[in-house]
Design a protein around this ligand. Structure first.
Ligand SMILES: Nc1nc2c([nH]c(=O)n2[C@H]2C[C@H](O)[C@@H](COP(=O)(O)OP(=O)(O)OP(=O)(O)O)O2)c(=O)[nH]1
Length: 136
């Protein structure tokens, strides 16, 4: 089973979105920072490693939000795990993306997000108080 962790970073009420590189799978799609867990890693450990690789920050506090399975066409089924990042050390730097952008939550739907993230947006609409707005 493939586990993928995605991190929700909020600052001043905005959420960080990241755009995949043109040469990556799902080129130029927007996503939350994160990625696949390696063998022996928990989803939380994978999240911490990926955010160091992608954004040069060291995550020190997370809150698990929701997990669900998703399957891209002709690909193995994955389990997506969404976490809110509550605290981190360092300054966010783009190490892995075409670009990154801080987005108002109500505008997330206007970005060309990975298909696997659309259920998360729907879930957040139904659970509007789950994200801690001024956590960072
Ligand atoms: N990082 C991230 N991945 C997501 C999100 N939503 C979503 O469906 N995914 C999927 C896309 C990919 O299938 C997988 C993340 O894989 P990855 O970024 O570690 O690796 P990749 O697809 O670039 O490379 P590969 O190993 O498939 O060749 O999870 C998201 O919000 N963030």
């Amino acid at each position: 089973m493939i586990h993928v962790s995605a991190g929700i970073l909020m600052a001043d009420g905005l959420i960080l979105l990241c755009r995949r590189l043109p040469r990556d799978p799902h080129p130029l799609k927007w996503e939350f920072p994160g990625g696949k867990a390696e063998a022996g890693e928990t989803p939380e450990e994978a999240l911490i490693r990926e955010l160091t690789e992608e954004l040069a920050i060291h995550v020190t506090g997370v809150n698990k939000i929701v997990s669900y399975p998703y399957q891209y066409k002709h690909r193995e089924i994955i389990t997506l795990h969404f976490f809110q990042i509550l605290s981190f050390a360092g300054r966010i730097q783009n190490k892995a993306f075409q670009r990154i952008e801080w987005v108002r939550p109500e505008n997330l739907r206007h970005y060309d997000l990975l298909a696997g993230d659309l259920e998360f947006l729907a879930w957040m609409d139904k659970h509007p108080h789950v994200l801690k707005k001024e956590s960072l």
